[in-house]
Design a binder for this molecule. Structure first.
Ligand SMILES: [Zn+2]
Length: 494
């Protein structure tokens, strides 16, 4: 009996040690997959050297962009998006529109954010840039002598990002610096023009193309950097430089803090890492993200990046997706449980629907958000059974079909149609997911075989709604145009 107890105790100890080793062994970044090596060929190259000064909330940036003219016509200027400038004043901030949310985003009152340019050079020549919009989010940098089709130019920018005191995806709160959409990125060319959509208070009003990012961030020695990749670290006296190689990503985001504990684990050959206030919270995030990543890989095909990172920020909306990175709200992490698990499952799904397969988050936000809500149902069923899936579908999807919303607002509407976040979430997330559930029930094998085809066809690219519908017809051999219109474009009378 005693002997059995000792064996049992030894087994438990061994299991605990193995679990501890799995989490806390120095994480090794896996080699890039053949798919990723292939995807990065010929993309634009963006190199960033940034230095954070936490005391004055600034990020000093030197950025080099090697950009090829893929517009099919001669251009006079390169157009970039400089999102931080929308946070310059109370009048322009998307977070100052709604009084209740204002208090959540700016708990200490308004604080200015900006991207202050000091210099732009094109092929070594200093040029006079200008902003093409009143919000200063559309930066036009002239190319002396013109930018010919297929020609590559080298832009060098110097600027300072002023980080606002805000509980948001861009801002600092309780010494966690969330740097989402903080860097200048190339504007997308579409239908004969550069996209210059305004930053709205609802949704994620961004659209971008994949490029190869190489990012070095220097911080005081007690700070840790999480980002759209897994870094190596260089030590230099009282500073640390975090070096990220992020091939074929459509943006690059960072979360930096001196208050993070870290956990890591390998899942399906991907280094999954989380940063949170406590080590046990970081482990919980890693476990949930690992389960979701494993499931989605089996449903839709490989996650193509080497790492997936989750980082705690202060943010009232659960989570926010960036390539190879998910920001998760501190409150959500603190409350834990199934709500947190489902937030992580939704955000992890964005790695397929947003990061890998890009779509138009401004005009067709359902195309990633509804897919991630559908993904959550798959996750719930895989973890907790068909009953849990049915309950979740009832509470998150079916119930949304019975709420009255303003005339004309449908899941297929652009961001500008929505009055606030709750209306947006109800219509785009929930009613959008109802469309996918209807397809899932109609198709003999469910929706996932189509999603697998869709992921393969549009990996590292952007899919329009037409692309989605065309692929659906191709994969299933059926015409769902009427059903699609019914769900996405038809106003429901309640
Ligand atoms: Zn989402």
């Amino acid at each position: 009996m005693k002997r059995r107890l000792m064996i049992a105790a030894a087994a438990i100890l061994a299991a605990l040690l193995a679990a501890w080793a799995a989490f806390d062994r120095a994480p090794q970044l896996p080699e890039p997959s053949a798919q990723l090596v292939q995807a990065q060929q010929g993309l634009d190259e963006i190199t960033i050297a940034a230095t954070l000064d936490p005391d004055v909330r600034t990020l000093g940036v030197r950025q080099t962009l090697q950009l090829t003219n893929r517009t099919g016509q001669r251009q006079n200027a390169v157009v970039l998006r400089t999102w931080p400038n929308v946070f310059q004043s109370l009048d322009t901030s998307p977070c100052a529109v709604d009084d209740d949310l204002y208090d959540l985003y700016y708990p200490d009152g308004f604080s200015t954010g900006a991207l202050v340019m000091s210099r732009a050079q094109v092929n070594g020549e200093t040029v006079l840039y200008r902003y093409a919009d009143t919000y200063k989010t559309v930066l036009s940098v002239p190319v002396p002598g013109g930018w010919e089709t297929a020609e590559t130019v080298e832009l060098q920018l110097e600027y300072v990002v002023q980080i606002p005191r805000m509980a948001y995806r861009f801002g600092v709160w309780e010494n966690v610096f969330a740097l989402g959409n903080a860097f200048a990125i190339p504007a997308v060319w579409q239908d004969g023009a550069f996209r210059t959509d305004p930053y709205l208070s609802v949704g994620d009003p961004f659209v971008s193309d994949c490029a190869n990012y190489s990012v070095r961030v220097t911080v005081p020695e007690d700070y840790v950097c999480a980002g759209s990749g897994y870094p190596t670290v260089e030590k230099n006296r009282a500073e640390r430089t975090y070096c990220f190689e992020a091939p074929a990503v459509r943006d690059f985001a960072l979360v930096i803090s001196d208050r993070f504990e870290q956990a890591s684990q390998l899942q399906n050959g991907v280094l999954v890492t989380a940063y949170a206030s406590t080590a046990s919270q970081a482990r919980q995030l890693v476990v949930s993200a690992g389960k979701a990543l494993g499931l989605y890989t089996s449903l839709w095909g490989e996650y193509p990046y080497q790492s997936f990172t989750l980082a705690q920020i202060h943010f009232p909306h659960g989570g926010m997706e960036y390539p190879a990175l998910a920001m998760i709200g501190a409150e959500e992490i603190a409350s834990g449980g199934r709500k947190l698990e489902y937030t992580v499952a939704h955000e992890t799904a964005h790695q397929w629907w947003y990061a890998l397969v890009g779509s138009d988050g401004w005009h067709q936000p359902w195309q990633d958000e509804a897919l991630c809500e559908f993904a959550l149902l798959e996750y719930a069923e895989a973890q907790y059974g068909a009953g849990e899936r049915a309950d979740l579908e009832q509470s998150r999807v079916e119930s949304a079909m019975r709420v009255t919303v303003p005339q004309g607002v449908t899941p297929g509407s652009p961001l500008s149609a929505f009055a606030d976040m709750s209306e947006y979430s109800l219509v785009v997330y929930s009613r959008g997911a109802a469309y996918l559930c209807a397809l899932d029930r109609t198709l003999p094998e469910g929706l996932n075989p189509f999603l697998r085809d869709y992921a393969r066809a549009y990996a590292f690219a952007r899919a329009t709604r037409d692309d989605f519908e065309d692929q659906l017809a191709k994969s299933t051999g059926e015409d769902f145009a009427a059903l699609t219109r019914d769900y996405l474009d038809t106003y429901i009378l309640n």
